[in-house]
Design a protein around this ligand. Sequence first.
Ligand SMILES: [Zn+2]
Length: 301
Amino acid sequence: MTVLALDIGATKFAAGVVHTGKEVRDVRRVNVPREDVWAACRDLLRAVAGDATITAVGIGSAGPVDVRTGITAPLNIPEWKSGFAIVAAVQELFPAAAIRFAIDGACLALAEHHVGALRGVPNGLALTVSSGIGGGLIADGRVVLGRTGNAGHIGHIVVPGWDVPCLCGGVGCVEAVASGMSSVRWAVAQGWQGSTGIQLAEDAHRGDEIALAALHRAGTALGQAIASAAALLDVDRVVIGGGFAQSGAPLWDPLRAALAEHARLEFLRGISVVLSDITNGATLVGAGVLATGDAGTDDLG
Ligand SMILES: [Zn+2]
């Protein structure tokens, strides 16, 4: 009996074997190619599965998704942008397996709720801030999926003051301002010479003015988005993971300042906002929770 977890990220696929305790082992990763995207994903799954009989697969995917039809349409994977039937494809690969599918944000929330900072927290918000911005919600102790499985899509909350076009077609989404990719793009337009969010954070810590301004901009927009989401959801705690969230004080100080400025109502004051301590792929861990069916009884009802 082998259970697999699959994370369909914007730039990387990751897959591994789910063990008890929600731990995912034997993790392999592959960059998402420009073409033949499914072949890369299939080969990764085959490599992880080996000769084992696969009984279940949990899939967490970058969004948007449609869990009713099993279709994923990640904005950052051009070949799949108009929709790929991921559940049917994985089912064909492992005919005997139960396939469970959710957006990466819901998997993130599941991971934090089962093994991370939202354990024992009935109302929480989990965010990932990396090349894009995603999120998931725990409300009254359950993960919230929404009509099509896209609930918690916090990257497309509109933040005030920056009329930046977003990949989704909208304008002023927090992802368009505050993601690692958006911050790098903005910094480069201001004359910064670098290409990754990690370099941007390193330069900010060295005192580079453009890098500091880019992180200040990102942190402020994130604080605004979190204040709006928290007002809507009345949460106990917000947890933030993802590579760009590791940027430290140059990102977190303006984030906390913007949150304090916008979250003024009594129930919003003093919300705990913490850095995720799930280091090795929260979406994958959450996909594992999904695959083992624990989400079915505890969260999905
Ligand atoms: Zn958007």
